[in-house]
Design a protein around this ligand. Sequence first.
Ligand SMILES: [Zn+2]
Length: 96
Amino acid sequence: MLYIDCPYCGSRGHEEFTYIGDATKKRPDSAEKSDSAWFDYVYLRDNPRGPHLELWHHSLGCREVVKVLRNTLTHEILGAGRPGDEIAMPDAETER
Ligand SMILES: [Zn+2]
């Protein structure tokens, strides 16, 4: 079982959480009129290999959104925090 360290509740099993999506996508400015910028934001996603920042919802707990750093190869949870928190990416050398 994977455990996610919710910043509000502490360590909880991943079955209490719901995956929301990629935490690296930035919403375009509301004045942005370019269709391609909105298309990219809404539909296009990378399929990263290795550490990736994701948003998860603690749906069976505090119901807060949590930012999670997860390795997409091993599913290892490398860090978690509030959505505005900076979570340090591991060095490329330590990943191997
Ligand atoms: Zn929580």
